[in-house]
Design a protein around this ligand. Structure first.
Ligand code: SAH
Ligand code: SF4
Length: 352
C-alpha cells in the first residue's frame, strides 16, 4: 500500500502507479505523470495529459516538500534565490544562475551545518537536520519550473556538508542523472574535506565532479578557518582527493575563499602551489572573494590582490580562476538569505 504521506519527488514509478490506481485511473497514467514530472520537468499543475480533478487529488496525496518563504531575483533576472521551509520548520536556500550556455542550480544538502567554518554563515548558525533526497532534488525542479532554459548543471554548494549526508545525497545524485537526465559530470559535490565521505563517494558509481574547499595551504592557518581540519588535516584530504581523481578520471577543483590579510599573501600562493604541483589531472584552484558575514570580522581582499594571488599560482604552474560573485546583491552566498529574513529587505522580491 502506498504511503499517503509520500512526497511528490520521493514517489517512485511503482508508487505512482499505486496512487493512480487508488484514484481509479489506469496504470499507464502513472507513466505519463512520471514522464511529465521528471523527463519534461513540468510542475504537476501544468500536466496536460491528466484532468484537473486527478491533478488536484494527486497534489493532495503527493505534496511538495518545500514551502516557498521568499524568492529574490536580480534585476536582470539571470540569478534567482529561494528560501524554503522544510518539514520541521527549518529553512534552506537554493540559487539558480543562468548564462547564455548553461543554467546551474546550487542546492543545499542540509538545514544548517555542523562543521562550523568560521567565515560561513551556515556554519555560524549550526546544524539543524539532514535533507532527504527528495528535498534536494525538488530544489532543482522548483528552480527549473521558473526558467525556460533546461537546467544543465547542479552544484552542491548551498547550505550543508554533502559528504556528511551521503545516505541522502547519493540517491539524490542518482535521481538527478536517471530521472532528470543531468549527467554526473555536470554535477559538482563540494566538500570541506570529510575524508571518509570522499572515499565513499569514490566508491559510488557515478563520476560526479568533486570540489574540495581548501582555503589555506597549511594546517595551522586552515584550522583557524575550518575546525574539521583538526580531524582531517590537509595531507589526508589531498590523499583522498588523489584517490578520487585516479578512480574517476575527473579533475578536482580546490576552492579557496580569499580573506584579506588572512590567507591572501603571495607567500601562501607559493605554498599552495608547492602542495598542488604534480596533482593528478592537474589541480584547478577556484578563488572566491569572501562574502562578509555578521559572525566573522574578515573582509574580501581587493580584486587586484586576488588577481595577484591568482597570477602567482598560474606562474607556478597551477591553473587558477577567480569566481565572479554572482548574486551577492540578493544575498546569494551560502546561508545569507536566511540570516536576513528578519532584516529589512532591499531587493525586488516576490512571495509565493
Ligand atoms: N560544505 C561544503 C559545501 C557548501 S559551502 C563546503 O564547505 O565545501 C560551498 C562553498 O562556499 C565552499 O567552498 C565554502 O567554503 C564557500 N563559502 C562559505 N561561506 C563563504 C563566504 N562567506 N564567502 C565565500 N565563500 C564561502
Ligand atoms: Fe559547512 Fe561548508 Fe559552511 Fe563549512 S563552509 S560550515 S562545511 S557549509
Amino acid at each position: 500500500m502506498t504511503d499517503p504521506k509520500s512526497s511528490r519527488y520521493a514517489a517512485t514509478l511503482p508508487e505512482l502507479e499505486a496512487v493512480v490506481k487508488q484514484l481509479g485511473e489506469p496504470a499507464f497514467r502513472a507513466k505519463q505523470i512520471h514522464q511529465g514530472l521528471w523527463q519534461q520537468r513540468k510542475p504537476l499543475e501544468t500536466l496536460s495529459t491528466i484532468n484537473v480533478q486527478l491533478r488536484d487529488e494527486l497534489a493532495a496525496l503527493l505534496p511538495l516538500d518545500l514551502v516557498e518563504i521568499l524568492e529574490r531575483t536580480t534585476l536582470g533576472g539571470m540569478t534567482a534565490k529561494w528560501l524554503w521551509q522544510v518539514a520541521g520548520g527549518d529553512q534552506v536556500e537554493t540559487v539558480l544562475m543562468q548564462s547564455a550556455d548553461r543554467a546551474t542550480v546550487c542546492v543545499s544538502s542540509q538545514a544548517g551545518c555542523a562543521m562550523g567554518c568560521t567565515f560561513c554563515a551556515t556554519g555560524q548558525a549550526g546544524f539543524e537536520r539532514h535533507l532527504r533526497a527528495s528535498e534536494i532534488v525538488e530544489q532543482v525542479l522548483r528552480a527549473q519550473h521558473t526558467c525556460q532554459q533546461r537546467v544543465s548543471n547542479v552544484v552542491f554548494m548551498g547550505m550543508g556538508e554533502p559528504l556528511a549526508n551521503l545516505d541522502e545525497v547519493e540517491p539524490a545524485l542518482t535521481s538527478l542523472q536517471d530521472g532528470l537526465g543531468i549527467s554526473a559530470r555536470k554535477i559538482v559535490v563540494s566538500t570541506v574535506g570529510v575524508v571518509p565521505g570522499m572515499d565513499r563517494l569514490r566508491a559510488f558509481p557515478l563520476p560526479v565532479t568533486l570540489a574540495v574547499s581548501l582555503h589555506a595551504p597549511d594546517d595551522a592557518l586552515r584550522e583557524q578557518l575550518v575546525p574539521l581540519n583538526r580531524r582531517y588535516p590537509i595531507a589526508d584530504i589531498l590523499d583522498a582527493a588523489r584517490g578520487y581523481v585516479l578512480a574517476k578520471g575527473r579533475r578536482v577543483t580546490f576552492e579557496y575563499a580569499c580573506i584579506s590579510g588572512i590567507n591572501d599573501h603571495v607567500h601562501l600562493a607559493d605554498a599552495l602551489a608547492n602542495k598542488l604541483l604534480g596533482f593528478p589531472g592537474g589541480a584547478h584552484v577556484n578563488l572566491i572573494p569572501l562574502n562578509a558575514t555578521t559572525g566573522f570580522t574578515g573582509r574580501p581582499p581587493s580584486p587586484e590582490r586576488i588577481a595577484t594571488f591568482a597570477e602567482r599560482l598560474t606562474d607556478r604552474g597551477i591553473n587558477a580562476t577567480v569566481r565572479r560573485n554572482r548574486g551577492t546583491d540578493i544575498d546569494a552566498a551560502c546561508g545569507q538569505l536566511r540570516m536576513r529574513t528578519s532584516a529589512p529587505v532591499e531587493m525586488r522580491e516576490s512571495k509565493a
